[in-house]
Write a protein that binds this ligand. Structure first.
Ligand code: NAP
Length: 256
């Protein structure tokens, strides 16, 4: 085996991935399994999780599926505890579950604000806090938060979503500051629009996507596999020096 492939390998690692029923999270399950990791896939939709699990098993890896509502205070903790019970200690946590409730700030309902904060911010905190002790004990762990470019730069009508992602970026750095000395890396990925069910719902109309694409130097949106490939790098030993990074993956949108 060539030396560089060992540095980029997650073979034999166990990864818990939320938002695994579709979109970016489902793609991360497939890419991580292809790279040799066993998967714990978490979401509410059990049927969709079963399809992702079939893809993972077809790649020769184990897959435990867990249905959980991450909008509740108990859901994330119960899911993390069930994962440890059914699969064993987790080496890699990817927080990909997310909701985007888009509305002008003057019209945004309190319920939308609360759900956004619960799923996008509280759940990653509770999952990380429940799974980190085993990572700390073994002196190896990776926590990857799927944030958003709008956690860093403003987009109209994204008040709750952007606030949750900006806070997720702060959470990423705060957890890093506590756990880096235990060789647990915590990093955030900030994608541009990706045409998953979430991306399509918000950005499908040409009058919305057109100006956005015109302002993007690369001239296109992202693909789920591009986000999954960056997550794979961050999950690998090669990325050990990357700690508390908030990484833009947005075709240059935020640089111009
Ligand atoms: P998606 O296609 O809408 O998928 C969202 C995932 O989150 C689903 O698996 C969903 O599973 C899960 N989820 C939502 N609410 C949940 C809850 N209460 N409990 C448990 N699971 C819940 O979205 P995506 O595009 O893959 O987004 C993945 C991540 O990337 C999100 O954090 C999002 O904010 C971020 N992101 C997306 C884009 C984009 O344009 N797509 C851009 C930047 C960042 P169930 O419905 O089965 O529960």
């Amino acid at each position: 085996m060539a030396e560089w492939t060992k540095r980029f390998s997650i073979k034999g690692r166990r990864a818990l991935i939320t938002g695994a029923s579709r979109g970016i999270g489902a793609e991360i399950c497939r890419v991580f399994a292809d790279a040799g990791a066993d998967i714990v896939a978490v979401a509410r939709d059990g049927d969709a999780l079963a399809e992702v699990a079939a893809d993972v098993r077809a790649l020769g890896r184990d897959c435990v599926t867990l249905t959980a509502d991450l909008a509740t205070a108990e859901g994330p903790v119960r899911a993390a505890e069930a994962a440890i019970e059914q699969a064993g200690d987790i080496d890699i946590l990817v927080n990909s579950a997310g909701v985007a409730r888009v509305a002008p700030a003057l019209e945004l309902g309190l319920e939308a604000w609360e759900e956004t904060m619960a799923v996008n911010l509280r759940a990653p905190f509770l999952l990380a806090r429940t799974l980190a002790p085993a990572m700390i004990a073994q002196r190896w762990g990776k926590i990857i938060n799927i944030s958003s470019q709008t956690g860093v730069i403003a987009l109209k009508d994204h008040t709750a979503y952007a606030t949750s992602k900006g806070a997720l970026n702060a959470l990423t750095k705060s957890l890093m500051a506590e756990w880096a000395e235990h060789n647990v890396q915590v990093n955030a990925i900030c994608p541009t629009v990706v045409m998953t069910p979430m991306g399509r719902k918000i950005w499908s109309p040409e009058e919305k996507s057109g100006p956005f694409l015109a302002a993007t130097p690369l001239g296109r949106f992202g693909e789920p596999v591009e986000i999954a490939d960056l997550a794979l790098y961050l999950a690998s030993p090669a990325a050990e020096l990357i700690n508390g990074a908030v990484i833009m993956i947005e075709g240059g949108y935020s640089s111009v």
